[in-house]
Design a protein around this ligand. Structure first.
Ligand SMILES: [Zn+2]
Ligand SMILES: [Zn+2]
Length: 326
């Protein structure tokens, strides 16, 4: 096993799960150790190249090293984000079978790796109706999961910015997909909510009243208990823009106060939060994770730092940039 990395600089309530997407670069163990080094206690990875249709199962030695690192450093849960090519809502005769086969590969790798969650977008129904897209997605999930069994793994449907014909901008669509897929497959299915996508789709999580209304809407449509993971990303584009561009925490349209309220909301604070923020310059990953920790637990920081220092930490220089959506 590699040398023990240093776990972040801030002490915070370890019952909170705050983490980041890290990259494997051919070594699952390295992705886990990177998360530890940055100070995370939960993380997300791709299990193979996100831009390739085919991939083999991960090396068993690597899987073992990853599992040891996760136990040793209490890294929980582990989420895998599926690749960008898969579109189970498509009925295109080329894209559809490739998507189903590739998603089966994602399921098999997630099970081999021992991940708790497999996050996927509901896809794009271009040329069809929303209902046809939902049906195509649920049937695709059924075909991909034929004969698959991994009790520890839950598939999470991620909300989207809802641009064009992409499914999942409205929470009602996610609910309809889960209901239908639940009837067709034995796969456990929950939700992953992305804060940037929520804002871009028109849910105003940036203000106190907007967040309250959004949480009530979540409770009414999809149920908070089924929201197993939150992607913590600020949004470069404004409320209802339907454009998905991740920004650094505090440097977008959700803002520092918006994230403070989200991270400390009594019904959200015990959910795992995982960053998918851009890395424009070295250290951005650590800075964004530190921002999450400070905002989640600033009550204790208030006793240990001067107001000047605190203000400086909580409002790092505005850095808004775009990144690939996850
Ligand atoms: Zn995503
Ligand atoms: Zn996301």
């Amino acid at each position: 096993m590699a040398a023990v990395p240093r776990r972040g600089v801030f002490h915070y309530d370890e019952s909170l799960r705050l983490g980041i997407h890290t990259f494997t670069a051919g070594s699952l163990e390295k992705a886990a150790l990177k998360a530890v080094e940055l100070g995370a206690n939960t993380f997300q990875i791709f299990s193979a190249s996100p831009r390739m249709w085919r991939a083999g199962l991960p090396d068993s030695v690597q899987v073992k090293l990853l599992q040891q690192a996760r136990e040793r450093f209490d890294l929980h849960p582990l989420a895998i984000h599926v690749n960008y090519l898969i579109n189970l809502a498509s009925v295109d005769p080329v894209i559809r079978p490739k998507s189903i086969a590739a998603f089966r590969g994602e399921l098999d790798r997630a099970a081999a790796i021992g991940a708790e969650y497999l996050v996927l977008h509901p896809g794009n129904y271009k040329g069809r109706t929303v209902d046809e897209g939902i049906a195509a997605f649920a049937l695709g999930l059924k075909d991909a999961a034929e004969g698959f069994h991994a009790p520890g793994l839950t598939v999470l449907l991620e909300n989207t910015a809802g641009s064009g014909a992409s499914l999942g901008g409205r929470l009602e669509e996610l609910r309809a997909i889960r209901d239908l897929a639940g009837e067709l497959t034995g796969l456990p299915i929950g939700y992953c909510l992305d804060t940037c996508h929520l804002l871009a789709a028109g849910y105003n999580v940036a203000t106190a009243t907007g967040l309250g209304a959004t949480v009530r809407h979540i409770e009414k449509t999809i149920g908070l208990e089924h929201v197993r993971l939150i992607h913590a990303n600020d949004s470069k584009t404004p409320l209802g823009s339907h454009v998905d561009r991740h920004a650094h925490i505090g440097a977008g349209h959700i803002g520092i106060e918006g994230f403070r309220r989200i991270l400390r909301h009594p019904k959200l604070r015990k959910k795992p939060f995982i960053l998918e923020t851009p890395i424009d310059k070295p250290g951005d990953d650590r800075r964004n994770l530190d921002a999450l920790k400070l905002l989640a637990t600033a009550a204790t920081m208030e006793f240990s730092t001067s107001p000047e220092k605190r203000a400086k930490r909580l409002c790092p220089k505005s850095r808004t940039t775009t990144t690939k959506s996850n």
